[in-house]
Design a protein around this ligand. Structure first.
Ligand SMILES: *[C@@H]1O[C@H](CO)[C@@H](O)[C@H](O)[C@H]1NC(C)=O
Ligand SMILES: *[C@@H]1O[C@H](CO)[C@@H](O)[C@H](O)[C@H]1NC(C)=O
Length: 436
């Protein structure tokens, strides 16, 4: 079978939503077909899904909110009940993400990565008032975390290597490689450390091993490391927003979703150091390198993981006029449009780095876990000295976002190429700081 190699055109939703809506639709249809018999015969759920179901059923308010979600969801949503959703989840949590091959409206065969399959089934459901209430409940997120942890454990098992093939649904097929190498990421073998570059699976022993792959020394150099006024990109990512003069508390629910540093930093007094400062946010696509690198030279003063939501979004009326990818009013992708808000609601890792340069001062790095990216691993400790480009930690599976917060003492001037929707390499120069 041959299919049209297709460049990812969705810049703003980079790899979260398939570039071609036909792939998303077909993926959901396929799940419905594959789960139809199990649903009809009311087959036993997989263990993680059965636990999730029991946790929801134990709380009548959660059960009720689920029924409202299905009533409120856009007519484009094809998942019609909580039961059906559970049977879809059964398929997802025992398998690695893969490429999905579908036909577009003209009958051309198209293939695209489904890097975040669980997100695709939650996408339209999350964009409802009832989901906004349910998905922010701590009991819901505890149940979700258990489910995602069980899937995450599977993804570190040898069985999860089964999509690391060159078949049409594998991650090393020609089309898959094209998408992994797009945006100037570079030739796969040359860019990433492959334990066995001659093997089809490149020697990765599990999906997680492949996902958290390390880059080759020298492919993402830190330019001008001797210049202590420069800020380097902490993640391979696409610029989402830059905001100056951030407030301690802001009305984040208003259109524009201003940042609120107090909430972003988990309501810690340390937020005082950042009021009036600058926030830079950029997101990672499922195809990107998923480790975080220090943007500056300095000392880690604190590093912690804070609990939060996984699939909660700010419900909206769909894509706005001027969205580069979606038609105005398209209800898909609210998670991506909610990214500023996710910096204060999502499960996240927060790392504070005291710069060696007093003009930069204290910098907060926030790794925002989005959707199934529930696992942030921090690899530095309080008191540790880091140089620009040193590893700080990593995300496991899916995609995600990150933010850097600078205090008001730092006058941050961003480089000309640092523009919204621009994809940037990790360690590249993003800004220069002078005394405010
Ligand atoms: C997965 O790993 C097993 C060994 O655990 C190996 O025999 C098999 O070939 C691998 N499959 C793929 C597709 O990488
Ligand atoms: C990368 O490695 C694979 C597996 O050995 C090989 O088939 C392929 O030709 C290599 N590609 C490049 C560009 O070196």
């Amino acid at each position: 079978m041959s299919w049209q190699p297709r460049k990812t055109t969705l810049t703003r939703y980079g790899g979260w939503l398939p570039a071609n809506p036909a792939v998303h639709k077909s993926f959901i249809q396929h799940l419905a077909q594959r789960s139809a018999t199990a649903h009809r015969t009311r087959a036993t759920h997989t263990e993680p899904v059965a636990k999730f179901q029991a946790a929801i059923n134990a709380d009548p308010e959660m059960v009720n909110l689920w029924s409202q979600i299905f009533l409120q969801a856009s007519p484009e949503n094809k998942i019609t009940s909580f039961d059906q959703l559970l049977y879809h989840m059964d398929i997802i949590v025992v398998a690695p993400p893969k490429f999905h091959v579908a036909k577009d409206d003209e009958g051309n065969v198209i293939g695209e990565p489904i890097g975040v399959p669980m997100y695709l089934i939650f996408d339209l459901l999350s964009n409802t008032g009832a989901a906004y209430d349910l998905f922010r409940k701590p009991a819901f997120n505890t149940a979700m975390k258990d489910l995602l942890d069980a899937w995450g454990l599977y993804l570190t098992s040898p069985d999860s290597n089964k999509t690391l093939t060159e078949e049409e649904e594998g991650w090393f097929s020609p089309v898959a490689l094209e998408s992994l190498e797009a945006n100037g990421r570079g030739n796969f073998n040359a860019t990433y450390v492959c334990p066995d570059p001659d093997a089809v699976n490149r020697g990765f022993t599990s999906w997680d091993h492949f996902f958290t792959r390390e880059i080759q020394p020298g492919v993402r150099p830190v330019h001008f490391p001797e210049n202590k006024t420069l800020i380097h990109s902490a993640c391979e990512s696409t610029v989402y927003r830059i905001q100056t003069d951030v407030k301690d508390h802001d009305q984040f629910w208003l259109k524009g979703q201003a940042y609120s540093v107090y909430d972003m930093l988990y309501r810690d007094n340390i937020a005082q150091s950042f009021v009036g400062g600058t926030v830079y946010q950029a997101f990672l696509s499922p195809q990107d390198y998923h480790r975080w690198r220090s943007p500056i030279d300095g000392t880690i003063t604190r590093a912690e993981i804070v609990p939060g939501t996984y699939y909660a979004v700010l419900p909206d009326a769909g894509a706005e006029v001027g969205d580069p990818d979606l038609q105005p009013g398209d209800p898909h992708g609210a998670l991506i449009r909610s990214q500023a808000w996710l910096t204060l609601s999502s499960t996240r890792a927060i790392i504070y780095i005291q710069s060696d340069n007093p003009d930069i001062g204290l910098v907060a790095f926030i790794a925002v876990g989005m959707a199934e990216v529930s696992t942030c691993t921090i690899s530095v400790q309080k008191g540790q000295k880091v140089s620009t480009g040193d590893e700080l930690g990593m995300f496991h599976f899916g995609g995600s976002s990150h933010a850097l917060i600078f205090g008001p003492q730092a006058k941050v001037t961003f480089a000309d190429h640092v523009k919204v929707d621009q994809h940037l390499k990790v360690n590249s120069i993003i800004a220069q700081v002078s005394k405010a």
